[in-house]
Design a protein around this ligand. Structure first.
Ligand code: SAM
Ligand code: SF4
Ligand code: SF4
Length: 350
């Protein structure tokens, strides 16, 4: 990993891309392709807020695939190599594999992943893999059917998600990862069952701390199950050894089961924030660029694209936006407790 640099607004090192105010490069882009979802997870899109009267984005407001892939191409020129497609539920976006194919054709993009609730994977896994998708992360918070349905506020059975995971494995979108958000008193009893599922199926489970994203999920700090506790509980049942991938920039802290049962990870966004190594930008479905998950406002790239900006000017604008970036919201929260205006996760893309 590169060391910290002194502040250099919009400085660009040829071939390496701009550095932000804390010396962080731009390497990853999360692309949200829709704000809609076929589930209503209580912590993300509570039905009281995202009910029948909720105004989702009209189709013409969404960035088109050509617009997204143009941005990906320009951002690849500034150092982005990894793309993660997300939402809302990205598999609700029609013909998603066409977008994957367009992104896969961009020089410099070496990793394309998808975050999904898994329900529609059986229909789409093969097409996505053929189009160039590399990996999927499936969100699954419980194996117990009643707990799953209560958390996702849905009649869809957990078996549908498990079928999605199998479809992804069959299509070669491996290693499949599973993200599980643990909430105290809601699904923390699922920890061992989820870990055991990972050990049996070769899926890498990652336990994520419940975050205060958005303003509608009623976040309470006492509902966060700290990553340290997760690791202690797992280690007591199946001894673990830490894995150092040497990158220093990984979001997940990785562990290996000593008995050969594979790997497991924790993402300690609340208790051990990793802003210092955060090289990630997010593109909302309407084309706003956010330089932090906790940003209140994005930069309107759709207006630039539809206003006829050329690639050179677009590159300069993006380099300037990144060069001015000084976000470190999770570290601030850890130091002070975080409040203020924030954007919903289903909007910005998790
Ligand atoms: N619908 C897809 C899915 O569920 O995988 C993609 C979008 S979803 C917003 C992306 C990820 O964000 C999911 O893994 C979800 O569990 C996570 N997420 C949503 N709200 C969260 C919160 N308050 N704290 C932690 N993770 C959250
Ligand atoms: Fe939908 Fe994913 Fe949010 Fe659940 S976490 S409501 S599946 S966008
Ligand atoms: Fe990156 Fe913002 Fe998350 Fe910190 S809080 S890790 S800067 S997205």
């Amino acid at each position: 990993m590169r060391g910290m640099h002194s502040p250099q607004p919009s400085a660009t090192t040829p071939g390496d891309g701009p550095r932000d105010q804390l010396g962080r490069a731009l390497r990853d882009l999360r692309v949200s392709v829709t704000d809609r979802c076929n589930l209503r997870c209580r912590y993300c899109m509570p039905r009281e807020v995202f009910g029948p009267d909720h105004a989702f984005l009209p189709r013409e407001d969404l960035l088109g695939f050509e617009e997204i892939s143009r941005l990906v191409r320009v951002l690849a020129g500034l150092g982005v190599g990894k793309i993660r497609i997300t939402g809302g539920e990205p598999l609700l976006r029609r013909d998603l594999s066409e977008l994957v194919a367009q992104i896969a054709a961009v020089e410099g993009i070496h990793d394309i992943a998808l975050t999904t609730n898994g329900v529609l994977l059986p229909q789409h896994a093969e097409d996505l893999a053929a189009a160039g998708l590399g990996r999927v992360t499936v969100s699954l918070d419980a194996l117990d059917d009643a707990t799953f349905r209560a958390m996702a506020d849905t009649a869809v059975p957990v078996a549908s998600v498990l079928a999605g995971i199998e479809a992804a494995q069959r299509a070669g979108l491996t290693p499949v990862k599973v993200n599980a958000v643990l909430q105290r008193g809601v699904n923390d009893d699922q920890l061992e069952a989820l870990a055991d599922f990972g050990r049996r199926t070769g899926v890498v489970i990652r336990f994520i701390e419940f975050m205060d994203v958005g303003t509608t999920n009623g976040w309470r700090r006492d509902q966060v199950v700290p990553a340290r506790e997760v690791v202690e509980r797992l280690h007591a049942r199946w001894p673990l050894d830490p894995v150092d991938d040497g990158s220093g920039a990984a979001v997940a802290e990785r562990y290996r089961y000593r008995d050969g049962g594979g790997e497991v990870g924790v993402i300690a966004s609340v208790t051990r924030p990793f802003c210092r190594t955060c090289t990630r930008a997010r593109l909302s479905a309407v084309g706003e660029l956010f330089t932090c998950l906790f940003g209140a406002r994005g930069h309107d790239l759709r207006a630039l694209l539809r206003g006829g900006i050329d690639d050179e000017e677009l590159t300069a604008r993006l380099a300037t936006i990144w060069g001015r970036r000084d976000d470190r919201a999770s570290e601030r929260r850890a130091a002070t407790g975080l409040t203020g205006e924030r954007v919903e996760m289903s909007y910005i893309g998790g």
